[in-house]
Ligand binder design. Structure first.
Ligand SMILES: Cc1ncc(COP(=O)(O)O)c(C=O)c1O
Length: 391
């Protein structure tokens, strides 16, 4: 089980960089760098079906992840989350193949564990002494946990009104918590400055190549759980976009390997009414987004007013015939109850947003009731207890 990592590649001009040096954004265009693998060799040497017998974590896909030496892997058991076929929700909506990929069961309660595990492991392998992490909240909690496990200095930056659970999980794991006046983009500026001053690696969303690789594993796992078949649509709550970008990239790799066949699922991006830069760009036919002023939503993970990798999110949506739509905070909160009542899954508001999106798209006939659809519940509702009424 060793990585087939080959080089890093600029997503704008295609220029290659060595993979054994720590690079953040592409030096040529200052845009996102992707990890590229030697897929031809991997395809010759690795049998897809042999992966099934391995331990049920995202490191099952180690050949398609960036860490060279398995001894460098910093793991808390991330991945291996269930793909739950809904019974009551499907019935209510007249569907036959409606699934929830429940990422709330990851260490630290969100899908962030996957990206952070990959990035911290690779950064450790390349010799960092510590890192900075701007976050809407959940990524910071994961960074603190994995930073502690790795024994690396960890400094996180989050908006001062981020959820209490995120602040507390950061503190309990011994990371330095910096509360910032403003949003994640303001936190990002501070994180970059501190990283520069203290010689730390900045793990901002998609400003380093490895977090998206961890997120990619959600997609690899989902298709494996479906018997190496892709669903018709994936509905994903979109903030910085690592999930969509990572999964789209992962499916391209699986297709190139010949491990799956057919069309990629339609990628459907759900955002909040109060912060919808990707929806606006998609509807305007633009290739990049504009800063969403005065961004506000109770779904903190969706409060990303100007995603750095907007062009890649829009690419994935358009290339797969997907769409983007926004939903209200009240709809999300109602859907938290609905998912919990119908299926026993207590979602984060971000995850609940996907159910609202699904209903709108069925109503608009963008999706058919006989299509197979996977909703991504990216986090646990336990991190957002203040949104739930009662004592
Ligand atoms: C629970 C939750 N869902 C979704 C998102 C958005 O994730 P992505 O960067 O993949 O768009 C976040 C990001 O903070 C989050 O915490």
């Amino acid at each position: 089980m060793t990585s087939y990592i080959d080089h890093l590649e600029c997503t704008v001009c295609g220029k290659s960089y060595p993979h054994n040096e720590l690079i953040g954004v592409s030096p040529c265009c200052e845009k996102v760098l992707f990890v590229r693998y030697d897929l031809a060799k991997l395809g010759r040497e690795v049998d897809r079906d042999s992966l099934v017998c391995r331990p049920d974590t995202m490191w099952r896909y180690a050949e398609l992840l960036p860490v060279d030496d398995p001894a460098d892997i910093v793991s808390l058991g991330e991945g291996g989350t269930p793909l739950i076929k809904t019974v009551n929700l499907a019935k209510k909506l007249g569907m036959t193949n409606l699934y929830v990929k429940d990422e709330g069961l990851n260490p630290t309660g969100t899908f962030k564990a996957r990206g952070i595990s990959a990035a911290v492991s690779k950064a450790l392998e390349l010799g960092v002494k510590g890192f900075t992490m701007p976050s809407a909240g959940n990524a910071a909690g994961a960074a603190a946990a994995y930073g502690a496990r790795a024994g690396l200095e960890t400094r996180v930056f989050m908006p001062q009104d981020a959820p209490a659970a995120n602040k507390k999980e950061t503190l309990v794991a011994g990371a330095e918590l910096n509360l910032v006046v403003g949003l994640i983009n303001d936190a990002g500026r501070e994180a970059v400055a501190v990283a520069k001053e203290f010689g730390l690696f900045d793990l901002s969303t998609l400003k380093e190549p490895y977090r998206a690789e961890g997120k990619k594993s959600m997609g690899l796992e989902m298709v494996q759980q479906l018997g190496w078949k892709m669903p018709d649509a994936v509905i994903y709550p979109t903030g910085g976009g690592t999930g969509i970008i990572g999964m789209y990239k992962g499916f391209q790799e699986l297709l190139e390997l010949g491990w799956i066949e057919g069309k990629q699922p339609k990628f459907i991006s759900v955002q909040a009414d109060g912060c919808q830069p990707i929806v606006k760009a998609f509807n305007d036919g633009a290739n990049s987004s504009l800063m969403w002023e005065n961004a506000t939503t109770k779904a903190d993970g969706l409060r990303v007013p100007h995603p750095f990798a907007d062009y890649l999110i829009l690419d994935a949506i358009r290339a797969t015939g997907g769409t983007a739509l926004a939903v209200s905070d009240q709809e999300m909160i109602d859907a938290m109850y609905e998912m919990a009542t119908a299926e026993g899954i207590f979602p984060a508001p971000e995850g609940a947003a996907t159910l609202v999106g699904l209903k709108h798209l069925l109503h608009q006939k963008f999706l058919d009731r006989d299509e197979s659809v996977v909703l991504f519940n990216t986090g646990s509702g336990y991190k957002y207890l203040d949104l739930i009424k009662g004592s």
